[in-house]
Design a protein around this ligand. Structure first.
Ligand SMILES: Cc1cc2nc3c(=O)[nH]c(=O)nc-3n(C[C@H](O)[C@H](O)[C@H](O)COP(=O)(O)O)c2cc1C
Ligand SMILES: [Fe+2]
Ligand SMILES: [Fe+2]
Length: 396
């Protein structure tokens, strides 16, 4: 049975939720599921905006059929060829052989890479600034390279002020019957998952997101329809403020991320004492054990906090593996503009501090505090003063 919702009278959400997804893109846990959004415009012409992941193909096709209620499908606008949106594209075309695919040249190239064959007859190519009239609505195409892949574009419906924003402004999590962000307490319930989604999916491409935000600022936007998560019709400005911070690598808070890697608990003990000293100074500390919390969650917290503290044991002359993975991930996501402090541990030749400093040296515009607290197996009583000094430097 179909399960659809109206964005407005002539625009139907025909996407679907997946709550059995083990991990999105093979790495990101999705304990609250994932939504794959697709939208059908019922104008003089019918237009489907993107397809859906193969995991939900049955529900998706039922939804499209019901929303079309017997009408032919005139256009499929493809914004992004990543299979979480395009895996069912070929199936859709088999069901609707009449459809014309509207996309840019890069999308067309990927189309024939993912689905070998000749697509020339079916494709209508568009580029930046091109328009398509579908009757009452007029669609404008906006290129958005690297928000998330190089071929990505967005569509803006100037008639009703609707932005189809592809992966931008999405979030992890199933919709669970709700469609609009204002049907939830978004900033209390979903912001953490939206941040985790942003940081890990597009965090690396801040300048490209900034370029799109600039283009969007020139448009009168009333509704935003992303490919994952909720549709925005209220309070979108509040979400854009977060995107401005994230994409310019500015922290949201003065808080401290304290991530530690400890095999037997001694490094953890020093981290706990540091956290207590910071809390006494009124500093908010967000603390994680890298052996327990997946790197993508800690990366998201690093996008949130102004100061980052990493504490790690030396491990076979290297940095404990979970911390090493996390730091590689952070560098890969291009994080910038942070203060960083380090704690190392080693029972015979501690080198994790030096190695963490080298790994983090790749981050732009970050200040790594000179003082690195060195533990030899465990924090010694005479080192408490050093720890206090480190807390003071971090809080300062
Ligand atoms: C498998 C393993 C390898 C280690 N390799 C080193 C090393 O190469 N150099 C060193 O100084 N300490 C090494 N250590 C000691 C740790 O760095 C650390 O001092 C010890 O695990 C105590 O801290 P913790 O309780 O936080 O784990 C190693 C420990 C383990 C378990
Ligand atoms: Fe994507
Ligand atoms: Fe996606």
């Amino acid at each position: 049975m179909y399960c659809t919702r109206k964005v407005q009278e002539d625009l139907i959400w025909v996407g679907a939720d997946d709550r059995r997804l083990v991990c999105f893109e093979g790495v990101f846990a999705c304990p609250r599921g994932m939504s794959y959004n697709s939208y059908l415009l019922l104008d003089e012409k019918t237009v489907l905006f993107d397809t859906a992941d193969k995991a939900v193909y049955q529900q998706f096709f039922e939804n499209v059929d019901s929303a079309l209620s017997g009408r032919a499908l005139d256009y499929l606008v493809v914004h992004h060829m990543e299979p979480d949106h395009a895996a069912t594209l070929e199936g859709l075309v088999l069901r609707h052989p009449e459809v014309t695919i509207v996309c840019n040249a890069k999308i067309k190239t990927m189309l024939s890479q993912f689905f070998p064959g000749n697509w020339d007859e079916r494709v209508q190519l568009v580029k930046e600034g091109d328009t398509l009239s579908t009757g009452r609505h007029e669609l404008h195409f906006v290129m958005a390279p690297m928000v998330h892949w190089p071929e990505v574009m967005m569509s803006y419906d100037s008639t009703d002020g609707i932005l189809f924003s592809a992966d931008a402004f999405g979030t992890f999590g199933a919709l669970n019957g709700r469609l609009f962000a204002d049907e939830t307490d978004f900033f209390a319930e979903h912001l953490d998952e939206a941040r985790r989604y942003y940081a890990n999916i597009v965090g690396k491409y801040g300048p490209q997101v900034q370029a799109v935000l600039k283009k969007a600022a020139a448009l009168e936007i009333k509704t935003v329809c992303p490919l994952h998560g909720f549709v925005w019709r209220k309070d979108f400005g509040r979400f854009v403020e977060k995107y401005q911070l994230w994409s310019s690598y500015q922290p949201e808070e003065k808080s401290v991320l304290l991530a530690y890697a400890s095999v037997y608990g001694h490094t953890e003990n020093a981290a706990n004492i540091l956290a207590a000293r910071l809390a006494e100074k009124g500093v908010t500390v967000r603390m994680y054990d890298t052996s327990v919390t997946p790197a993508d969650q800690i990366v998201a917290e690093a996008f949130r906090c102004g100061t980052l503290v990493f504490a790690a044991t030396t491990y076979n002359n290297g940095v404990f593996v979970k911390m090493e993975d996390l730091l590689h991930d952070l560098v890969a996501h291009n994080l910038q503009n942070r203060r960083i402090a380090l704690i190392e541990n080693g029972s015979w030749a501690p080198v994790s501090g030096k190695l963490m400093r080298e790994l983090l040296g790749g981050l732009k515009n970050c200040e790594i505090l000179e003082q690195c607290l060195t533990l030899k197996s465990a924090l010694q009583p005479e080192q408490l003063e050093q720890l206090d000094a480190l807390a003071a430097a971090i809080a300062g």
